[in-house]
Design a protein around this ligand. Structure first.
Ligand code: SF4
Ligand code: F3S
Length: 113
């Protein structure tokens, strides 16, 4: 039962979460992060670190399975990120925007750390 990053992260990308993960299992895309579900040890430490509640246990809600598969797929393509970096300049503007995965997801990789 790993934790997953949901679409709330898209274009906000605050990266507070990466600093606390004991197994460094966050991966960076161009505009969001994901968790590798096979590496996550389900410690739950990252969940309260995200100021906008983008991280959820994969048992929560009907959409959990979707995010689990999405996190698995992209964590195998994107670079590992272990250090906090500055969020996008317009990060705050995207906090309440709905349907970000459908409209704003960028499948390209981030730069990692
Ligand atoms: Fe890392 Fe723990 Fe969060 Fe899993 S639950 S991503 S191991 S901090
Ligand atoms: Fe995203 Fe929250 Fe981490 S916005 S990068 S899941 S701290």
């Amino acid at each position: 039962m790993p934790y997953v990053v949901t679409e709330t992260c898209i274009k906000c990308k605050l990266t507070d979460c990466v600093e606390v993960c004991p197994v460094d299992c966050f991966y960076e895309g161009a505009n969001m992060l994901v968790i590798h579900p096979d590496e996550c040890i389900d410690c739950g430490v990252c969940e309260p670190e995200c100021p906008i509640e983008a991280i959820k246990p994969d048992t929560e809600g009907d959409a959990a399975e979707k995010w689990l598969e999405m996190n698995r797929q992209y964590s195998e393509m994107w670079p590992n990120i272990t250090r906090k970096k500055d969020p996008p300049a317009d990060s705050d503007d995207w906090r309440e925007v709905p349907d970000k995965f459908e409209k704003h997801f960028d499948p390209g990789p981030g730069s990692g750390t």
